[in-house]
Design a protein around this ligand. Structure first.
Ligand code: HEC
Length: 153
């Protein structure tokens, strides 16, 4: 199920015209367990920045959202998710964006929009189960990119 949804998400990004040639060969029964594309155009500066933001920004924030959701604190869920939604586009450095392939930018955008969907679920439903579903969809955006690209050789 999760695999299917990830593939669908990647396909949707392709259909959106934002990406060319994302192939997730998850079923390769043979030797190659890592067929991710290495991002060779990313400088050390932005590689370190991206990894830091993943590790200490995104990952932490998803956990905080889940905790707030478990507490039934919808205002905090909404605030945390909104911060990482479309609002985040303005904070992205054009120099960094210039080094990223179109496909990755498309997946990044899908992820930020999925954060907004989490905020909307919190605001409009106030239902922790609905919010959890939206967080699950959000995490498909994380995994779709993680199975496609790598920064570290
Ligand atoms: C647009 C692409 C993309 C999206 C979306 C994305 N990531 Fe990543 N992330 C990467 C890449 C590329 C790496 C580096 C992986 C490697 O080189 O092995 C990475 C690495 C990480 C790491 C490891 C950092 C380190 O220090 O090694 C964490 C943790 C992480 N991501 C969390 C997340 C979470 C949580 C989300 C979703 C909320 C997310 N990422 C969404 C591309 C993405």
């Amino acid at each position: 199920m999760k695999v299917t949804k990830s593939v669908l998400l990647a396909t949707a990004v392709v259909a959106g015209g934002t990406i060319a040639g994302v192939v997730w060969a998850q079923d390769s029964a043979d030797t190659n367990m890592d067929d991710r594309e290495l991002l060779t155009t990313v400088s050390d500066h932005w590689r370190i920045h991206l990894l830091h933001d993943m590790r200490e920004g995104l990952f932490v924030q998803v956990q905080e959202i889940l905790q707030a959701n478990a507490d039934g604190d919808m205002a905090t869920v909404e605030a945390l998710a909104t911060e990482r939604g479309k609002a985040h586009f303005a904070k992205m450095d054009p120099d960094m964006m210039a080094e990223l392939p179109m496909g990755m930018k498309g997946m990044g955008k899908a992820m930020h929009l999925a954060f907004d969907d989490v905020a909307t679920a919190a605001r409009e439903t106030g239902d922790p189960a609905k919010v959890a579903g939206a967080v699950s969809d959000l995490m498909l955006a994380c995994t779709a990119c993680h199975v496609t690209y790598k920064l570290n050789p």
